[in-house]
Design a protein around this ligand. Structure first.
Ligand code: BV8
Ligand code: ZN
Length: 235
């Protein structure tokens, strides 16, 4: 199975990749659905919503600031590095990620489509100004120079994805010979819809996950294991 998947990657001229929290798990960052998707007894799906933020911006920011600190202390994994190497070998390569942690950028990936935004950007609810904020946020919730409340520059449940993001991802998947899906439970849409789209478009779909997903039975290669081990092996 692994050798056949390696051959499919070797023969592919155009590759698209979809990553999820499992790729960052190799960097020590908790996934969303591992501990049942809870943070201090709050469901992740309730916290990562405009309503959750409006209800208690301070509580939400305590969660985001804790995640930012954890990410700042983490290093990209061998899986992130393998994707950088893969991109260098191909004329056509698109990395589509659901992750907001910026580890693909730090690893050196170039052509990245961030479907769910970026935890390192903040946006003012009052004036709309958006900026990168890598430092520790000393005052929570953080405020804009205009006095408005700042929110994390991520896409919450019920919110539209960034302008053009899903369209870029769809085009990349439709024109790829191989589609590598690594470290995602494939439960969040429209990101997960890229997998059946790849199957319909005739791409060789390679799934990397220690667990099975809804699509494990449909993909060409369902490789059971960790992304930091299998992605380098695919190279
Ligand atoms: C929208 C940013 C439309 C915030 C996130 C019913 C059916 C279909 C859809 C819906 C529905 N009800 C609601 C919806 C829509 C909803 C949705 O999909 N809900 C789900 C829960 C059913 N989607 C939305 O709301 C999206 N917007 O649809 O708007 C719209 C239309 C009109 C008008 C207005 C709006 C927005 C979705 C974006 C939500 N934001 N994050 C933040 O991060 O703080 S999603 C969140 O989940 C993260 O981004 C995360 O990346 C993403 C997906 O999770 P995974 O990455 O897969 O992580 P998970 O923990 O689930 O799984 C980890 C996997 O890794 C596991 O499989 C594990 O086995 C594996 N693993 C573990 N270790 C390793 C490993 N793999 C490899 N190696 C390892 N070592
Ligand atoms: Zn402002």
């Amino acid at each position: 199975m692994l050798q056949a998947a390696r051959n499919a990657v070797h023969d592919a001229r155009r590759i698209a990749v979809l990553t999820g929290a499992g790729v960052s798990a190799e960097s020590g960052i908790p996934t969303f659905r591992s501990n049942g998707g809870f943070w201090r007894n709050n469901r992740f799906e309730d916290l990562a919503t405009p309503q959750g933020f409006a209800r208690d911006p301070l509580f939400a920011w305590q969660w985001y600031e804790e995640r930012r600190r954890g990410i700042a202390a983490a290093q990209p994994s061998a899986g992130h590095a393998a994707l950088v190497e893969l991109e260098k070998r191909l004329a056509e390569f698109t990395l589509i990620t659901q992750n907001v942690d910026g580890l693909h950028d730090r690893a050196g990936s170039k052509n990245i489509v961030k479907l769910h935004g970026d935890i390192w950007t903040v946006r003012c609810l009052a004036c709309g100004v958006e900026r990168t904020e890598h430092g520790e946020l000393t005052e929570l919730p953080p405020r804009c120079a205009c006095g408005g409340l700042l929110r994390p520059g991520v896409v919450w449940f019920g919110e539209q994805l960034p302008e053009g993001a899903i369209e870029r991802a769809i085009t990349a998947v439709q024109t790829s010979d191989a589609f590598i899906v690594a470290g995602t439970s494939a439960q969040v849409y429209p990101a997960a819809s890229l997998i059946p789209l790849a199957l319909e478009s005739g791409a060789q779909v390679i799934e990397i996950n220690p667990e099975t997903t809804d699509f494990s039975g449909e993909v060409a290669f369902s490789l059971r294991g960790n992304s930091a081990v299998i992605l380098p092996q695919l190279l």
